[in-house]
Write a protein that binds this ligand. Structure first.
Ligand SMILES: Nc1ncnc2c1ncn2[C@@H]1O[C@H](COP(=O)(O)OP(=O)(O)OP(=O)(O)O)[C@@H](O)[C@H]1O
Length: 292
């Protein structure tokens, strides 16, 4: 449906590339675009949203070149940028009415349905400026869905949300992904763990992996070890390991999880990895959980 062909973007006349030769063929579902800060996620998403043009490469929506004809994409696109602001004096409904007028959407019933879909219908007449971060993001999604888009692009949507809001927001994107192509960028793996049908890992502008979460988990299977050892022993040996998690207990021993191909110490057992651990074990991410 959406094809990225050697997509590249430089901001300094071709000396360095923020996005460098990314090729992907995307179908409906949720794509989690994972990368550390500065990896090129926003630049990639802005190209998809036709806000900036690629330096090289092509972007095709059902075969149509959307760099040459951005309108073809804009009609079918919903976009929630990283910094979706709300206008202080407008209520949630007024804000949607405003964007609906800009997008040429004339059906008032649709605005009510969208507020229901994002679970804000009981707050339709409240000023959006008084909303929590999660409510604002959900309003942002309602705005992005106004034109019933086929492609929904959402940039770092859960930054600043509390755990309950994160969960609700993920469920919402997951449901949309049953029928549409949803592209969600994040540097927090757990944000997309339960909803992504595919993951694309961006590392300094380059695509280092494009796989299903299950495939990544399978590839990392047997490479994560768990066990307990004496604190002094742990301190002496930890420098040689890729430690995923370490927790000291009151008795002075340390429960540890380590990523490597063979047992790090006697008594360590292989343990099923989380997706974040799998990315670290496969060297797609740094120990602090940020994709490298
Ligand atoms: N308008 C610009 N002018 C110059 N350099 C830019 C511009 N936009 C992005 N860059 C550079 O391109 C690289 C990728 O930035 P980008 O914002 O796409 O990364 P990101 O993965 O979205 O990071 P973050 O998670 O921090 O938003 C960075 O080195 C950034 O400094």
């Amino acid at each position: 449906m959406l094809q990225l062909d050697n997509l590249s973007r430089s901001f300094d006349g071709g000396k360095t590339f923020a996005v460098d030769g990314v090729s992907l063929t995307l179908q409906p579902g949720v794509l989690g675009l994972i990368g550390h800060n500065g990896a090129g996620k926003t630049t990639l998403m802005q190209m998809l949203a036709t806000l900036i043009k690629p330096t090289r490469g092509r972007l095709l929506l059902e075969g149509q070149d959307i760099v040459a004809q951005p309108e073809a994409m804009r009609r079918r696109l919903g976009y929630l940028p990283q910094d979706f602001g709300v206008y202080a004096n407008l209520t949630a409904l007024e804000l949607l009415q405003y964007f609906a007028a800009l997008k040429g959407v004339r059906d008032p019933a649709r605005l009510r349905r969208l507020l229901e879909q994002v679970n804000l219908h009981e707050h339709a007449h409240r000023q959006a400026a008084s909303f929590s971060g999660g409510m604002r993001q959900r309003l942002g999604i309602a705005q992005a869905l106004l034109n019933d888009p086929d492609v929904l692009v959402v940039d770092e949507p859960t930054a600043g949300l509390d755990p309950e809001e994160r969960l609700r927001f993920r469920q919402l994107l997951s449901e949309i992904g049953f029928r549409k192509l949803v592209i969600v960028s994040t540097h927090i793996v757990s944000d997309v763990e339960n909803m992504a049908t595919h993951l694309a890992i961006l590392n300094r502008g380059r695509l280092s992996a494009y796989e299903t979460p299950d495939t990544l988990l399978q590839r990392a299977s047997g490479q994560v070890w768990a066990g307990e050892l004496d604190a002094a022993d742990y301190e002496a040996r930890r420098g040689a390991w890729q430690v995923l998690h370490a927790q000291r207990d009151r008795q002075g021993s340390v429960r540890v999880r380590v990523a490597q191909a063979h047992a790090p110490f006697e008594g360590a057992q292989t343990s099923p990895p989380s997706l974040e651990e799998a990315l670290m074990a496969l060297r797609y991410a740094r120990p602090e959980g940020v994709a490298a």
